[in-house]
Design a protein around this ligand. Structure first.
Ligand code: ATR
Length: 289
């Protein structure tokens, strides 16, 4: 951690309950490596105290904060300004404080995109993308992909109406840059056969149900890049099966690190030391996840 003195500023992580989080470990490693006098601290805030805490934060020496479950939507009503992408997504995970004003951003989708570029050398432009799930993670990723000129985005959900609602929202907010199609399990084979990238945003495959897989494995093909937002385990059953088929694969850990790297850059204006953040997260991971 940096040496704390009278000039030290803070970044908080607001959520409830917080449990184990990678963010304090990786952000403090990043501030130290760049010699920036900021300390990142976890702030577990009960729902009835959220308003009081959020209104007090800009009155103290905070440079900003991250927001996690369950406050990513509720926080928006307390902010002075919200970045366009966060408005489209309808959720904020990062807040920067400047001259006492709070501005909200959403770095989850950008984190996914940076991980895709850094780890798999893939850009979304012109790609056909098949997304499983239509919850919060799917929303951040699909909106960001649509804003970054993906060709076609299929959104497949167990509850079809939720896929339809997300598709309608993307079309309304992102000006139909990409063709976005809702999908149910019956029609997925053809869509996956023409997809370049498949992304699991459901919780299927996470601990303790590590043998679960969110789709029929016979639908996978070796031209697919297969990505999972699940990072526990590091390689889900979906990724293990895809890897065996010769697919490029990407774990959810990359998205987690790069959403943090993006937030670091918003707070400091300094390029994030992504490798340092990865090493810190991996060390934490090996000990506690
Ligand atoms: P997050 O914020 O992590 O995206 P969420 O908003 O609760 O979490 O969304 C979870 C997504 O995973 C939803 O699309 C959910 O499908 P439903 O809308 O039908 O509930 C999907 N999901 C969760 N468990 C699932 C399962 N066992 N099989 C298929 N889909 C599942």
């Amino acid at each position: 951690m940096v040496k704390i003195d009278s000039k030290t500023r803070f970044i908080g992580l607001l959520g409830y309950p917080l449990g184990h989080s990678f963010s304090p470990i990786m952000q403090n490693a990043a501030f130290k490596s760049k010699n920036i006098n900021i300390v990142y601290i976890a702030l577990e805030v009960k729902p009835q105290d959220l308003e009081t805490v959020v209104k007090a934060i800009p009155k103290m020496n905070f440079a900003g904060f991250n927001v996690t479950i369950p406050y990513k939507i509720e926080i928006m009503k307390y902010l002075d300004e919200t970045d366009d992408l966060a408005k489209f997504i309808g959720a904020v995970n990062t807040v920067a404080i400047k001259d006492g004003k709070m501005k909200g951003y959403n770095t989850d989708g950008i984190g996914f995109l940076r991980s895709l570029e850094e780890h798999l050398n893939i850009k979304p432009d012109g790609k056909n993308i098949f997304i499983l799930g239509s919850g919060g993670a799917s929303r951040a990723i699909s909106m960001t992909l649509a804003m970054n000129r993906a060709r076609k985005i299929y959104i497949c959900n167990r509850t079809f109406e939720k896929a339809e609602a997300l598709v309608a929202d993307i079309n309304k907010r992102c000006g139909q840059i990409s063709q976005v199609v809702p999908m149910n399990n019956e029609r997925m084979a053809e869509a996956i056969s023409e997809a370049d990238i498949l992304i699991n945003t459901t919780s299927v495959g996470t601990h303790p149900d590590v043998d679960d897989i969110p789709i029929d494995k016979d639908l996978l093909h070796s031209n697919l890049a297969v990505c999972d937002v699940v990072y526990n385990p590091r390689k889900t059953k979906l990724l293990l099966v895809a890897e065996k088929l010769g697919c490029k694969i990407m774990s959810g850990l990359g998205m987690l690190i790069f959403q943090g790297a993006e937030a670091f850059e918003i707070w400091t204006g300094v390029e994030a030391p992504a490798n340092t953040m990865f090493e810190a997260a991996e060390a934490f991971y090996n000990h506690s996840v």
